[in-house]
Design a protein around this ligand. Structure first.
Ligand code: FDA
Length: 309
C-alpha cells in the first residue's frame, strides 16, 4: 500500500513541489545521490574505485519532454565520460543511460532520437575504453528499449541490458539475452506495474528472480546481479559456483548509499562489485523509488523533513 502510494507520488508534480522545497530534504538526498555536479560524482566514483569497487554513473533525469533537453542529456553523458577519462577512472567506471532521458517519449520519432543519442554516447564510451548499460523503465517501454539495445549492440556489443524480475515476460527475455558477451543486469524492478504484466507479491518476485538468475548463470553471457537482498546474494553465489563461474565471470551491483558495508565485504572477498552512482538535479523520481523500497527509509525521510537542514 505504502509502496504504491510512494510510486504514485513519484509521478505527481504537487508532491514533487512539496518535497523538493522541504528544508530537511537535502540530507536524505545526500544519502542516495552523489551530488548535483559532475565534479562531485567523479569525486565519489574515485573514492569508490579506490576502495576496490566499480561504478556505473547515472546522470539523473527521465521522461524528457523536448528535443533540446534530450540532446542536453546526451551532452552531459559525454562530458561525464570525458571527466572519468581525465580522472583515469574509465577502467573502473561506466555509464548507465535511461532512454526516456534521451528522447524515447518524444512521439513517433522518440525511439529513433533516443537511439541516435544513445549511439553517440556509446561511441564516446568506446573511445574512452568504457561501457554503457541501458536502464529499464516501466513495462510500456520494454519492447522499445530491447529493440534499441539490439540495434546498439550491432556496433557496440558491450552495451549492457537491464531486465526486471517482477515482469512475467522476463524469464523468456533472459533466455534471449543469455548469449556470448551479453552483459545483463537483473534487478527486481522499481516501477508501479499492473498484475496483468507483473508479479505483485514480493515472494513471487523473488522466485522469478531466482528462475531468471538460473537462466543467466547457466547461459553464455555476463550476469550482473543487481540486488541488496541477502538471500538473493547468497543464492547468486551458489548458482555461480554450480555453473563454474569464478569472481570476474559475473558481478554484483548495488545502489549508492544502500548496504555500503556489504558492498565492501563482497569486494574484499574478491568479488566484482559495481555501485550505481546517480548525480544531478533531477533526483525526485529516483529518491521516491528508493523510499518505496524500504519503509525504514520513509521514517528516516519523515524525520529529516521535519528537521532543519
Ligand atoms: P528489496 O527491495 O527486497 O530489498 C532487500 C533488502 O535490501 C532490504 O531488506 C534492505 O535491507 C535492503 N534495501 C533495499 N533497498 C533499499 C533502500 N532503498 N534503502 C535501504 N536498504 C535497502 N530498477 C528498475 O526498474 N530499472 C533499472 O534499470 C534498475 N537499475 C538498477 C541498478 C542497480 C545497480 C540496482 C542495485 C538496482 C536497480 N534497480 C532498477 C532497482 C531495483 O529494481 C530494486 O528496486 C532495488 O534494487 C531494490 O530491490 P532489492 O533487490 O534490493 O530487494
Amino acid at each position: 500500500m505504502l509502496r504504491r502510494a510512494l510510486l504514485t507520488a513519484s509521478r505527481s508534480d504537487r508532491v514533487r513541489d512539496l518535497i523538493t522545497s522541504a528544508p530537511g530534504t537535502r540530507r536524505v538526498v545526500r544519502r542516495f545521490v552523489a551530488g548535483r555536479s559532475l565534479e562531485a560524482a567523479v569525486g565519489v566514483a574515485g573514492r569508490l574505485a579506490g576502495a576496490g569497487l566499480r561504478v556505473s554513473l547515472d546522470h539523473l533525469g527521465e521522461d524528457t519532454a523536448d528535443r533540446a533537453q534530450a540532446d542536453h542529456m546526451r551532452e552531459v553523458c559525454i562530458r561525464a565520460i570525458g571527466a572519468l577519462g581525465e580522472a583515469g577512472l574509465t577502467g573502473a567506471a561506466e555509464i548507465s543511460l535511461k532512454l526516456s532521458s534521451l528522447g524515447q517519449a518524444l512521439g513517433a520519432d522518440g525511439n529513433r532520437i533516443a537511439f541516435d543519442n544513445a549511439a553517440t554516447v556509446c561511441a564516446a564510451a568506446a573511445a574512452h575504453g568504457t561501457t554503457v548499460t541501458l536502464d529499464m523503465e516501466d513495462h510500456t517501454t520494454t519492447d522499445a528499449t530491447l529493440a534499441v539495445l539490439r540495434d546498439l549492440r550491432a556496433d557496440f556489443p558491450s552495451v549492457g541490458a537491464v531486465l526486471q524480475a517482477y515482469l512475467r515476460r522476463t524469464e523468456a527475455d533472459c533466455r534471449d539475452l543469455a548469449t556470448p558477451g551479453s552483459r545483463v543486469r537483473l534487478c527486481k524492478g522499481a516501477y508501479r506495474e499492473p498484475a496483468s504484466v507483473a508479479f505483485v507479491e514480493p515472494h513471487e518476485v523473488d522466485l522469478s528472480y531466482v528462475r531468471c538468475l538460473k537462466v543467466l548463470m547457466t547461459g553464455a553471457g555476463y550476469p550482473m546481479v543487481a540486488s541488496h537482498d541477502p538471500r538473493l546474494i547468497a543464492i547468486a553465489a551458489d548458482l555461480a559456483a554450480r555453473s563454474g563461474r569464478s569472481p570476474g565471470d559475473f558481478e554484483y551491483q548495488m545502489l549508492y548509499g544502500v548496504r555500503p558495508d556489504e558492498q565492501r565485504r563482497l569486494a574484499a572477498a574478491g568479488e566484482t562489485v559495481r555501485v550505481y552512482v546517480p548525480f544531478g538535479e533531477e533526483w525526485y523520481g529516483y529518491l521516491m523509488r528508493r523510499l518505496a523500497e524500504r519503509p525504514a527509509n520513509v521514517a528516516f525521510f519523515a524525520r529529516a523533513l521535519l528537521s532543519r537542514d
